[in-house]
Design a protein around this ligand. Structure first.
Ligand code: SF4
Ligand code: SF4
Ligand code: SF4
Length: 249
């Protein structure tokens, strides 16, 4: 596990004056909390703090991703994690091609361990999902590439099974919720959203309201209480799809 002292050494060099300013503004406690913020990271990223410490903000992973889903953490989201890679599934999803991992020169993204095949977990947003709020949509379940990751309940509403879901983001990408509902600025624009397993949002069971998703999405739970990684789902598109989650050859 990487400590704040190590973050302050290498991560601050990468974050530059912004990271240094944080120490003055909020002390190492604020630095540690921001470094731990639970963003959805590319494959092979370990804890938030370790990514912040190891990443040089060179953006080679962003350039390598063929789907353009790797994006830098915005300054408004975190001063300390600013510029490190996170995933956005608005226009694409991850097929575990591992080109971002291959491109990473520092080991911030690396092969080995559960994070290699586990980006996060999808959560259903009950006031944004058309099936939960009303009826008649099963797009996420139909499009999910991992068998068993989404099933329908007795009311034909999607239910995510975290032990199968690998956080690939296909469901979030294709969810048509915003185009099927009346505009509501208070509701999420997707009925299903991938969050980090280290986030408070990942601890929720069943569907969560938009406000709860917004307040818990990047708030990290204490180390050791993260939601368990998926152990059953196998993504069909990856180059070695026969390998079980977290398996290392
Ligand atoms: S594994 Fe491939 S698709 Fe997924 S984020 Fe990395 S480069 Fe993009
Ligand atoms: S695709 Fe979106 S709106 Fe449709 S059932 Fe899934 S989460 Fe709900
Ligand atoms: S993130 Fe991927 S595996 Fe998980 S429910 Fe959505 S589409 Fe299925």
């Amino acid at each position: 596990m990487i400590g704040v002292e190590q973050i302050s050494r290498r991560g601050f060099f990468a974050a530059g004056a912004v990271g240094a300013a944080m120490v003055g503004v909020g002390g190492f406690g604020a630095v540690s909390r921001q470094a731990d913020a639970a963003f959805v990271r590319p494959p092979g990223a370990s804890s938030g703090a370790e990514v912040v410490a190891a990443c040089d903000r060179c953006q080679k992973c962003l350039q390598a991703c063929p789907y353009g889903i790797v994006t830098p953490v915005p300054l408004a989201e975190s001063l300390v994690a600013y510029g490190t890679p996170m995933l956005s599934f608005r226009n694409g999803c991850c097929d575990f091609c591992m080109q971002c991992v291959d491109a990473c020169p520092t080991g911030a993204l690396a092969y080995g361990g559960p994070a290699e095949r586990d980006l996060g977990v999808a959560v259903v947003v009950k006031d944004a999902c058309v099936a939960w709020d009303w009826a008649g949509c099963t797009v996420c379940k139909d499009e999910c590439p991992v068998e068993g990751a989404i099933t329908l309940d007795d009311h034909d509403r999607p239910v995510v099974h975290p032990e199968y879901c690998d956080g690939c983001g296909k469901c979030e990408q294709v969810c048509p919720s915003a185009s099927l509902r009346a505009y509501n600025a208070a509701a999420s624009d997707r009925g299903i959203v991938v969050v980090s397993r280290a986030s408070e949002a990942a601890q929720a069971t069943g569907a969560v309201p938009s406000a709860e998703l917004a307040s818990k999405r990047t708030v990290a739970v204490p180390r050791g209480s993260e939601a368990a990684p998926h152990t059953k789902g196998v993504h069909p598109d990856g180059p070695d799809a026969t390998r079980e989650a977290g398996g290392i050859s």
